[in-house]
Design a binder for this molecule. Structure first.
Ligand code: ADP
Length: 655
C-alpha cells in the first residue's frame, strides 16, 4: 500500500482551481500560470466560448454532506477533464477517495444530463481489479459528485511523458491488465470508446485501472453498432470516422489498445499530427510507420499491425491478443513505483520460466480466466429519470436508495459497504418472518396428518445439521441480545431491531438494517473502515464476544460457514427460548438443556443433546418413531408439540 492512505489531505491551491487549461492533467502547474493574470484573463475573454465545461465546476465546500448523512472533507485538486474536475475527498474514517465533480451549471440540457447519468449507471455496475472502483454518487445544489477509488500515481500518460518510451516487458504487463479489464467490459456489452493513456490510472499499488466512462456505451446486442462520432483524435478508430455510414462496435477498444501499445513503445501515438484533419486522414489510410531510431521487436510490431487493422473484423479478438508471440518475452511480476520515473533495471533478464509464471499470474489477477460475468449492464429509461424536481440524480442512482446502490456493487477489497443478497426469501421483514412461521406450522400439521402413510411415498428432505446458536447473552435491558453461531460468527440483535453480525475469520461485518424506502437490507462493511454509526455497535459486539468466550460453553462443535444467518427474533418462556433465524429455521433451547432445531420449512428436525451430540432427520421419521434414533430425547413428542404450538402462536400473531 502506498503511504497515501495515511497522508493528510492537503489544502487546495486556488491557482490550480481557477486555471483554465486545455491540458487534461493540470496536476502539475501548467505554463499558463506563469503568464501574468491580465493576459490570462484576456485570453479567457476571447476563448470564452471554447471553455471546457469543467471550468464551470467551482471548488466544492470544504465538507460535503450527503443526503444519508455522510460527511466528506474535500482535499486537494487532482485533475481536470473536459467535463469534470477531480478532488480528493476524505470520509470520517480517514479513507481517501477521488471525487469527480461535475457542475450542475454545465448540465444544460437533457442530452448532457442523460450522458452523465449513463456514465454513472455504467460505471456503478462495474467491478473489476483493473477498473477504477465506483464508490458512491451524490449531489448538492451546485455539483454532482462521483466518488471513486483514488488513483494517486497518475496515469499512463504522465508515465510516458516522464519516461519518453517504455520498455517491452513493462508494456507487456500493462497490456495484460488492460486486456483483462476490456474483456470484462465487453462481456458486459460495454464499449469504453475513450481508451487512452490519460484514462488509465495507477492505484496506490501500481495496478492499472481504467477510468472515465464518460463516452462508454452499452450495446443492446453483441453485434449491434453505434454511430456517434466520439473519442480522442489520436485514438479514434477508422470506422468511427465513417460515422453514420459504417457504425462501430467493440473493435474500437481493440484499436485503442493498438494505439496505446504503439505510443508506449515508440513514445508518441502512430497518427500524431498538429492538424486534427491530418490525423484523421492518416487513420483512414492506416498511415503510420515504425521509426528506425526507436527499435522495437518484430513480435511487438506484428501485434500492433494486427491491432491497427483497418477492417475491424481483421483485428484480433480480446482473447486472441494474449496468445501473440510477443507475450512470451520477458515478463515482470508487477509494476514498481520506480517505473513512473525511469526504466527499472534487469527486466530483460527475467528467465523464460519465470516470465511464463509471471504472465500466468498477471492474467489471473486481471481476471482473464474468470468465467463470463453476470448479466450485461442494462440502462433503462427509468434509471435516467429524476423524480425530484431539483435533484439531478434519480432515486435509483442516489445513495438514498440502497436497493440499487448495493445490489449492483460486488465485494470490495477496499471495504466499502455493499448490499448482500443473502437468503432474503426468508425472514428479513417481520411480515415475512410471520409468513415463515405460518408455512412451517402448516408443514408440521401436514406431516402429523400423514404420519401413518408409507414413508417411501414421501419426499424426504436432505438432512444436514443446520447453523445453530451455540451461545447467547440476553442483555436487552441495556443493549440487546447477543449470540454466537456454530460457525463462530457473533451477532447482536439490538433493541431497535437492527442487527450486526461479525463474521468469524474475516475482516467483514454485516448489518441488517431497516431502510425507509426498501425495508430490511443487509449491508457488508469492512472492519477496517466501519461506518461511523456502526463503531459503537461493534464495540458492543466485542464486549459480548469477550463475555461469551470466557463465561459460556458451546452448544455444539464449530463448523464452517455454510450461509450467512442472523438471529431475527427471539421469545423467552419459562420452558424454552425460541430463536427465529433469517434462514427460516427455528431453534428451541429447552430448560432441560436439550435443543431442537426445525429447518427446511418444518420438514427436518435436529436434536442437540447436552453433551453436544447433534443429529438431523426428516421430521416425519421422528414423528413416526416417536423419538430420535441415535440418542433418545426426553419427552420428544411433547417437545415437538410445544414447538408446534410456539410456531403457531407466532404465525397468527399480528406483529
Ligand atoms: P472527464 O470526464 O471530464 O474527462 P476524467 O474522468 O478524465 O474527467 O477526470 C479528470 C481528471 O481527474 C483526470 O484526468 C485525472 O487527472 C483526475 N482523476 C480522475 N479520476 C481519478 C481517480 N480515480 N484518482 C485520481 N485522479 C483522478
Amino acid at each position: 500500500m502506498s503511504a497515501l492512505r495515511s497522508q493528510p489531505l492537503q489544502p487546495l491551491n486556488s491557482g490550480q482551481l481557477n486555471a483554465r487549461t486545455n491540458s487534461v492533467t493540470p496536476v502539475k502547474p501548467v505554463k499558463r500560470y506563469k503568464e501574468n493574470l491580465q493576459q490570462v484573463e484576456q485570453k479567457q475573454q476571447t476563448k470564452k466560448k471554447k471553455e471546457k465545461l469543467s471550468a464551470l465546476c467551482k471548488t466544492p465546500p470544504s465538507v460535503v454532506r450527503t443526503r444519508n448523512g455522510r460527511d466528506y472533507r474535500r482535499g486537494n485538486f487532482l485533475g481536470e477533464g473536459g467535463f469534470a474536475r477531480c478532488f480528493q475527498m476524505k470520509d470520517a474514517s480517514g479513507q481517501i477517495y477521488a471525487a469527480k465533480t461535475v457542475a450542475k451549471a454545465s448540465i444544460k440540457n437533457e442530452k448532457t444530463k442523460t450522458k452523465l447519468l449513463s456514465e454513472i449507471k455504467i460505471h456503478k455496475s462495474l467491478k473489476h481489479p483493473n477498473i477504477v472502483n465506483f464508490v458512491d454518487c451524490f449531489e448538492d445544489d451546485i455539483n454532482v459528485y462521483i466518488l471513486l477509488e483514488i488513483c494517486p500515481n497518475q496515469s499512463l500518460m504522465e508515465l510516458l511523458k516522464n519516461r519518453k518510451r517504455v520498455t517491452e516487458p513493462e508494456v507487456r504487463y500493462f497490456m495484460v491488465e488492460v486486456v483483462g479489464a476490456i474483456k470484462y467490459l465487453h462481456s458486459r456489452r460495454v464499449i469504453h470508446r475513450d481508451l487512452k493513456l490519460g484514462n488509465i490510472f495507477f492505484d496506490p499499488d501500481m495496478n492499472l485501472k481504467i477510468g472515465d466512462f464518460g463516452l462508454a456505451s452499452v450495446l443492446p446486442t453483441t453485434d449491434s453498432k453505434k454511430y456517434t462520432i466520439c473519442g480522442t483524435p489520436n485514438y479514434i478508430a477508422p470506422e468511427v470516422l465513417g460515422g453514420k455510414n459504417t457504425g462501430h462496435g467493440f473493435e474500437v477498444d481493440i484499436w485503442a489498445i493498438g494505439i496505446m501499445m504503439y505510443a508506449l513503445l515508440v513514445g508518441k501515438p502512430p497518427f500524431q499530427a498538429k492538424d486534427v484533419n491530418v490525423i484523421y486522414e492518416r487513420i483512414k489510410k492506416t498511415e503510420y510507420y515504425f521509426p528506425e531510431d526507436k527499435p522495437i521487436s518484430e513480435s511487438a510490431k506484428q501485434l500492433i499491425k494486427d491491432l491497427l487493422s483497418l477492417n475491424p473484423l481483421n483485428r484480433p479478438t480480446i482473447d486472441e491478443i494474449l496468445s501473440y508471440e510477443w507475450f512470451k518475452g520477458p515478463f515482470p511480476d508487477r509494476t514498481r513505483e520506480v517505473s513512473l520515473l525511469e526504466a527499472p533495471e534487469g527486466l530483460e533478464y527475467i528467465s523464460r520460466v519465470q516470465s511464463s509464471i509471471n504472465f500466468k499470474s498477471a492474467k489471473d489477477m486481471a481476471g482473464i480466466y474468470t468465467p463470463k460475468s453476470k448479466n450485461p449492464v442494462e440502462i433503462l429509461r427509468s434509471d435516467l429519470h429524476s423524480e425530484q424536481p431539483k435533484a439531478m440524480l434519480p432515486q435509483s442512482l442516489s445513495p438514498n436508495n440502497t436497493k440499487n446502490k448495493y445490489q449492483e456493487v460486488e465485494p470490495d477489497q477496499l471495504g466499502r459497504p455493499k448490499r448482500v443478497n443473502f437468503n432474503s426469501q426468508f425472514s428479513t421483514t417481520i411480515k415475512r418472518l410471520n409468513e415463515t412461521c405460518f408455512e412451517t406450522y402448516q408443514n408440521i400439521r401436514r406431516l402429523e396428518h400423514s404420519k401413518h402413510d408409507a414413508i417411501d411415498a414421501m419426499e424426504l428432505p436432505k438432512c444436514e445439521n443446520p447453523t445453530l446458536i451455540s451461545k447467547w447473552v440476553d442483555y436487552s435491558n441495556k443493549y440487546g441480545f447477543s449470540y454466537q453461531l456454530t460457525n463462530d460468527d457473533i451477532g447482536v440483535l439490538f433493541n431497535d431491531e437492527n442487527t450486526l453480525l461479525k463474521l468469524h475469520n474475516s475482516n467483514k461485518f454485516l448489518e441488517l438494517i431497516y431502510h425507509e424506502d426498501e425495508g430490511w437490507t443487509c449491508i457488508e462493511n469492512s472492519l477496517a473502515h466501519p461506518p461511523v454509526q456502526a463503531k459503537r455497535q461493534l464495540e458492543i459486539v466485542d464486549f459480548f464476544a469477550k463475555y461469551m468466550n470466557s463465561n459460556l460453553s458451546k452448544v455444539s462443535e464449530n463448523e464452517e460457514r455454510k450461509e450467512v444467518v442472523f438471529l431475527r427474533r427471539y421469545t423467552r418462556t419459562p420452558e424454552y427460548i425460541m430463536f427465529e433465524m433469517t434462514n427460516g429455521n427455528f431453534q428451541f433451547n429447552f430448560k432441560d438443556h436439550h435443543k431442537i432445531c426445525i429447518s427446511k420449512s418444518g420438514l427436518a428436525i435436529t436434536h442437540i443433546s447436552p453433551n453436544r451430540f447433534t443429529q438431523t432427520h426428516p421430521l416425519i421419521l421422528i414423528m413416526q418413531q416417536g423419538d430420535f434414533p441415535k440418542e433418545p430425547v426426553p419427552d420428544c413428542s411433547r417437545k415437538i408439540a410445544i414447538i408446534k404450538e410456539a410456531i403457531k402462536k407466532r404465525a397468527f400473531k399480528e406483529t
